[in-house]
Ligand binder design. Structure first.
Ligand SMILES: [Mn+2]
Length: 322
């Protein structure tokens, strides 16, 4: 099995949905065009299979129009017919309820699997792929399988980050593993050869759902295995992807940035207040005095009091969820 030869295309998180805030275009049309182009690339090169690296849908149970669009592309996108290669999905966190695989029966990806449009499996002996479906704490799991390719929905990163992740340098592989390709981390990174013949890659998300995606090249990855070794690996940019400056609404982004700035200043002011309060026993008096001393509006001081009295932690929590 580990001496397999196969050729396939890998695409990062599409996040199919009907609307993304801050985007000027029709997101469903745009992501559909890019998905269609990816499938055509695989067909035109004559590849054996295609892997979607998770988060096919932005929500596990998307609006019917979104699900129907994906069904249409998969079932009829090839000139009215199905595509002439196998299509696999590594399950992403957005494809499930509560990020839990026990909810698979209730999801849109299950519809696609049941109708035979995509395959959701643990591994493919035929093509030499292990699928690392999303699970909580997947970054900490040690995966010891003999497949040449590990197709993961996991933050396997070249550098440190705020979210849960594992560094490429710490990711453990065995001698039969030749490529670790992942989705989940939308920015992606260049193809890296960690040691001779062992590659790490993440082409980046197909769907640009955040303004941080503005400058990124939208691309897919082709890999050719020859007798269990990586023979060729390359990123292929999509020609149908529009420049970030055309799809994101900069006016909204600027306004949002200002708002975020205002909030961060506000939080800082609460932190300053906390320091002072810690040194005094008359808490409310201290906050009011802090307000007067710093020329802060009464409304903001009232809000600060509310937050300092115990709700601050819950509300300021940063929820960074790819
Ligand atoms: Mn994602």
């Amino acid at each position: 099995m580990n001496k397999v030869s196969s050729r396939g295309l890998y695409i990062g998180d599409p996040h199919f949905i009907d609307h993304i805030p801050n985007r000027k275009d029709n997101f469903l049309n745009s992501i559909s065009t890019k998905f269609q182009e990816s499938l055509e690339i695989a067909r035109n090169i004559g590849l054996d299979y295609l892997v979607i690296l998770g988060d096919l849908f932005n929500q596990c149970e998307p609006p019917a129009v979104v699900r129907n669009k994906v069904v249409e592309i998969l079932a009829k996108g090839n000139g009215g017919k199905k595509w002439p290669f196998d299509i696999f999905l590594t399950i992403g966190n957005h494809d499930l309820y509560y990020h839990s695989s026990s909810t698979l029966e209730k999801t849109a990806i299950k519809t696609l699997e049941t109708t035979g449009l995509i395959k959701i499996v643990k591994s493919s002996e035929k093509y030499g792929i292990y699928f690392g479906h999303f699970e909580h704490g997947i970054e900490k799991h040690k995966i010891n399988v003999d497949f040449p390719i590990l197709a993961m929905h996991s933050n396997i990163l070249p550098h440190k980050a705020i979210m849960d992740h594992v560094l490429i340098s710490d990711f453990s592989t065995n001698d039969n593993n030749k490529l670790v390709v992942s989705g989940h981390y939308h920015d992606g990174y260049p193809i890296m050869e960690k040691s001779p013949g062992l590659f790490f890659a993440n082409p980046g998300a197909l769907g640009r759902i955040s303004v941080t995606d503005m400058k990124r090249t939208v691309q897919v990855m082709m890999v050719e295995l020859n007798r269990g070794e990586v023979d060729n690996i390359e990123y292929i940019p999509l020609t149908s992807a529009q420049p970030g400056s055309l799809i994101f609404d900069e006016k909204i982004i600027d306004a949002k940035k200002r708002k975020e700035l205002d909030i961060s200043e506000f939080v800082k002011s609460i932190d300053s207040a906390k320091i002072i309060i810690n040194q005094k026993t008359d808490i409310l008096g201290a906050i009011k005095q802090f307000g007067i001393d710093n020329n802060i509006e009464k409304q903001i001081i009232d809000e600060a009091v509310r937050r300092i009295m115990g709700v601050a932690k819950k509300e300021i929590e940063n929820n960074d969820d790819e």
